[in-house]
Design a protein around this ligand. Structure first.
Ligand code: NAI
Length: 469
């Protein structure tokens, strides 16, 4: 049967592209080699990690702050099996939801490994080994990414002692000592989960700061907050080897600038040093699809690869490896394939670290503005001066808004604090509409809300001072 669109990969990029294509009247199929839909994000990434982040935060909060609120529950008892069951149930509800959406939108699900044969043609090898050839006007490669490992270090992931994010979501008991290699998003999110449940967590990070690329003000403050929670950091330290023993592992690291080797002992080591585009088994070389210098599928501004009618989106192409970026690309490509205009504004893609408190960022950092020689104004407001934050014992953190000095157009915003991942979106909307910090400052905000801190930061940007400080 001939399709208009066949999407390879059913993660957030792929399944959104399939739904949108079908909604636009294109006959669509989706190819997935796993038995469940949803890709890394739904099965072993965003969704299960958020279930554990929430559950572990509730556990931690029960022990540490509810008594202050007059809710003394005593020492909470951890039932890890139940917590894992909550995580598994959340995953199941989400992957079943995607299967339902495929049916609802009449998208055919072809279970198997997709291989591109050339323009308009691909094969799907099913779990029974049978291969079927499929004809289609358009192919969308949405195969995502895989764990990268540590450059130059032989890492043998057994997902029991030396784990990637996948194994870190499945630990059968709380480790006594967890060493995390990489102070990026995955390391800090999953490190937080196990720390809240009682593990001693040491993060070894190559750079001098955590969350490299984030606004430095935020990164510094956030590190202090995590240290207060008990996380130990070895920054400016390069991991050079991981030796597995019977019950644990030893991680060797040295100063990034060179120096003596130190050893950290752990019963579990989480390696979270980035991800790489997943282009395996796709037959791209044979089909003539060109990769860029970094192993990503090379695309033009319309996500088209070197072969007409073959597109690529999400982690397998350039840009931040974020589910929502992939989703937006999926929608845009569907629109383009249907003959409409498809567009993604890469200047306005929020990024959130779902720790407690959360970190959220959008647009340019101060460092990027300085580097680009753009003159800017900056306004900051701490949650400690926000009434709602006080009432919720959530006074840690601040909002920072950056705007163009001449035009006042908002160029970026950075938040560390409770619910930062939700607060960032009003700034996303302002930025999408080309709004100014004065627009944000003059927008009435309900009282008392954490969002008032966003407004106060905008007041500080637009008029030099906030009201409540
Ligand atoms: P990352 O790129 O965010 O962080 C990896 C860190 O490892 C870097 O800071 C790097 O300097 C460090 N590193 C590399 N080699 C090292 C060595 N030998 N010794 C010590 N440190 C070393 O990668 P991560 O955390 O694995 O995440 C992968 C991708 O998944 C990212 O693109 C991220 O955006 C995405 N992701 C996003 C989430 C979110 O938006 N909340 C959640 C989870 C993942």
């Amino acid at each position: 049967m001939a399709y208009d669109v066949v999407v390879i990969g059913s993660g957030p990029g792929g399944y959104v592209c399939a739904i949108k294509s079908a909604q636009l009247g294109l006959k669509t199929a989706i190819v997935e080699k796993n038995s469940t839909l949803g890709g890394t994000c739904l099965n072993i990434g965003c969704i299960p990690s958020k279930a554990l982040l929430h559950a572990s935060a509730v556990f931690h909060e029960a022990e540490h702050s509810h008594a202050t609120l007059g809710v003394d529950v005593g020492k909470p008892k951890l039932d890890l099996n139940k917590m894992m069951a909550h995580k598994d149930g959340t995953v199941k509800a989400n992957v079943d939801g995607v299967a339902f959406l495929m049916k609802k939108n009449k998208v055919d699900v072809l279970t198997g490994t997709g291989t591109v044969l050339g323009e308009g043609k691909l094969s799907v090898k099913g779990p029974d080994g049978k291969v079927q050839e499929v004809e289609t006007k358009n192919i969308v490669i949405a195969t995502g990414s895989d764990v990268a490992g540590i450059p130059g270090v032989d890492v043998e992931f057994d997902e029991k002692i030396i784990v990637s994010s996948t194994g870190a979501l499945e630990l059968p008991k709380v480790p006594k000592n967890l060493v995390v290699v990489g102070g990026g998003v995955i390391g800090l999110e999953l490190g937080s989960v196990w720390q809240r449940l009682g593990a001693n967590v040491t993060v070894i990070e190559y750079l001098d700061t955590i969350l490299g690329g984030m606004d430095q003000d935020i990164s510094k403050q956030f590190k202090k907050m995590l240290e207060k929670q008990g996380m130990v950091f070895k920054t400016g330290a390069k991991v050079t080897g991981i030796k597995k023993g019977k019950t644990g592992a030893e991680v060797s690291f040295e100063p990034a600038k060179g120096g003596d080797t130190e050893i950290a002992s752990a019963d579990i080591v989480l390696v979270a040093t980035g991800r790489k585009p997943y282009t395996q088994d796709l037959g791209l070389e044979n089909a003539g699809v060109v990769l860029d210098g970094q192993g990503r599928v090379d695309i033009n501004e319309h996500w088209m690869t070197s072969i007409p009618g073959i597109y690529a989106i999400g982690d397998v192409v350039t840009g931040p490896m974020l589910a929502h970026k992939a989703e937006d690309e999926g929608m845009a490509v569907a629109e383009l394939m249907a003959g409409q205009k498809g567009h993604v504004n890469f200047d306005v893609i929020p990024s959130v670290v779902y720790t407690e408190p959360e970190v959220a960022s959008i647009g340019k950092t101060e460092e990027e503005l300085k580097k680009a020689g753009i003159e800017y104004t900056s306004g900051k407001f701490p949650f400690s001066a926000n009434g709602r934050a006080r009432a919720m014992l959530a006074t840690d953190g601040f909002v920072k808004v950056l705007a163009d000095k001449k035009t006042d157009r908002v160029l970026g915003a950075h938040i560390v604090g409770k619910g930062a991942g939700d607060l960032i979106h009003e700034i996303a909307v302002i930025m999408e509409f080309g709004g100014s910090s004065e627009d944000l400052a003059r927008t009435c905000h309900a009282h008392p809300t954490m969002s008032e801190a966003v407004r106060e930061a905008a007041l500080a940007t637009a008029f030099g001072k906030p009201l409540h400080m």
